[in-house]
Design a binder for this molecule. Structure first.
Ligand code: CP
Length: 311
């Protein structure tokens, strides 16, 4: 595959052919994780800066593991303990980090557009690890990869995104990726947690969870983004769990073999029944493993295309 992108900011910039190429490469990189020595010298001498100005367990750790499995060096910066706490702005932080000559900066930030802003200022590759409500492209790629390994083909498949759509960068990126690959996407959630401009999206919207689950191939439950919500959007968590928490009876309406997903972290018993999250139909932990293979693939593409560009 010829990789011409300098940055990964959203799924919008990827073609369906590029997404499928990423999945094919990720299948090879996934195999490295099954070896007794989980390391190749592919990116020896390269360095990756993990700049996480918002909390993360899965994304940060899996980028770190992905880079190390390819023998790249990683360095971490978080808000706590850095000069961001002293008020240094994003541009100055980015320019300072670039002066240390990393080959790529992976950024998570609470402001939508922050990754794009940084990418315009910096010469090194910028990979968006989640910016505000806007986008989480590597999450959508790993969600797609988890289902690609099972389905192979996306046309004729239906994915339901359930819950807090309005505040979810995962929902926005998943909608783009799955519709690009030819799947149908349904949304279901409280009216207060659906964005106002939803009519422009290529999705079908449901208010009743049983109707929404009928005949679907997979359900991705979304985390209630309580840290991004203003008050008054939900009467109570108990009422939310009663109307929109995924339960066994809902999955019985889905297609046989339908899968259950969640990008994490989970609010068990609210967004999803705890037994369902741990059931054989759950892909939640496979999503985490897929994240390493997808991020190895992206680091490989970005960091080796730099070498090719400079030849
Ligand atoms: N899915 C996801 O982005 O999880 P983390 O916040 O733990 O990285």
């Amino acid at each position: 595959m010829e990789w011409t992108h300098k940055d990964l900011l959203s799924v919008t910039q990827l073609t369906s052919a590029e997404i499928l190429d990423i999945f094919h490469l990720a299948e090879n990189f996934e195999e490295i994780g099954t070896r007794p020595v989980k390391k190749t010298p592919t990116l020896r001498g390269k360095s990756v800066l993990l700049f996480f100005a918002e909390p993360s367990t899965r994304t940060k750790t899996s980028f770190d593991i992905a880079a190390k499995r390819l023998s790249a060096d990683t360095f971490s910066l978080a808000t706590s303990g850095s000069s961001l706490e002293k008020g240094e702005d994003l541009r100055d932080t980015g320019l300072t980090l670039q002066a240390m000559q990393p080959d790529a900066i992976v950024i998570r930030h609470s402001q939508s557009g922050s990754a794009d802003f940084l990418a315009q200022q910096l010469q090194c590759s910028v990979i968006n690890a989640g910016d505000g409500w806007h986008a989480h492209p590597t999450q959508a790629l790993l969600d797609g990869f988890s289902l690609y390994k099972l389905w192979g083909e996306f046309r004729g498949r239906t994915l339901l995104l359930l819950g807090d759509i309005a505040h979810s960068r995962v929902a926005r990126s998943d909608i783009e990726l799955f519709t690009k690959l030819g799947a149908s996407v349904r949304l279901c959630g409280p009216r207060t947690l659906l964005p106002r401009y939803i009519r422009d999206w290529p999705v079908t919207v449901y208010s009743d969870l049983e109707e929404a689950c009928r005949g679907v191939d997979a359900v991705q439950c979304l985390r209630l983004q309580l840290e991004r919500q203003r008050s008054g959007l939900l009467p109570s968590l108990r009422e939310y769990a009663t109307r929109f928490g995924l339960r066994k009876r809902h999955m019985e309406l889905a297609r046989p073999g339908a899968r259950i997903m969640h990008p994490g972290p989970l609010n068990r018993g609210i967004e999803i029944d705890s037994d369902l999250a741990d059931s054989p139909e759950s892909l939640i932990l496979d999503q985490v493993s897929s994240g390493i293979a997808i991020r190895m693939t992206l680091l490989y593409l970005f960091l080796t295309s730099i070498s090719r560009r400079s030849e």
